[in-house]
Design a protein around this ligand. Sequence first.
Ligand code: C5P
Length: 300
Amino acid sequence: MSTVRVRVPGKVNLALHVGETDAEGYHLLGTIFQAVSLNDLITVERAEPGQFRLSFHGEGAGFLPVGDTNLAMRAAKLVASHFGIDDAGAAISIRKRIPVAGGMAGGSADAAGTLLACSELWGVHAPRDVLRQLGAQLGSDVPFLLMGGTAHGSGRGEILEPIATTGAFHWVFALSHSGLSTPAVFREFDRISQPQPTDIPAPLLEALHAGDVHAVGAHLTNDLQRAAINLQPTLQHTLQLGLEHGALGAVVSGSGPTCAFLTASGRDAEALGKQLALFSGVRTVRVSTGPVAGAQVVRD
Ligand code: C5P
């Protein structure tokens, strides 16, 4: 194949519990991920052997590095080295919709999508579980973005168990004017908090199984939220505003600063989005649904 296109979702954490650190300083997590319909689109084309190029357009594109520090670039080179593809080369072009440095795993999504895209481009057709193992070497969220749906994540977030849910979940995401650095948020967590138990409370799992969106909303939780608010105090107002305008639940997504609001319907989500967009602390809003599939090849 000479061109491959892959669509890859962002994620929201419905619960995020942060425990002890492991030997390498990573925090052990207990989380529930959901993949949502806020997608990046990755296009890879064959290039001369040894040539790897990366470009971005769309949401926040100008802020992203395009060299070897970028996870998508590392993903392409990892596929080439792992499968021993001597003539590997790729031009990778990524249209961003997932907010940059927003707590929705945009960088990990691009790595997940690039793993799949390069595996197809070079004719490797690696199985998902192999791509997931490679993904875990790149970042804790990468395996989930290959999997999609709703899942319980443990370890650093890379040990995944799918969770069966009922119905669609309607989300509003309020994007911030500036991003937050994930390591900085974990550092602030360490400064202000003790490690927490990482078990997911049964009521949230039961509510997800049953599709009880009111109960899911009531149980949204994130141990990193206080740390993210300390670094960006306006998030507190954004969350409060969403609850005042009828959100069933409000939570900072992952390490933030994107705030996630669960609503009862697509119509409620549109209405809430309009209210949130008026707040000066919010740069823009996105209405979206979950769960959706993980990284998928797009066939024209
Ligand atoms: O895995 P990822 O590259 O997304 O993590 C970015 C940073 O966030 C890590 O370098 C680490 O500082 C912090 N982190 C952590 N514990 C995790 C995941 C991330 O401390 N489970």
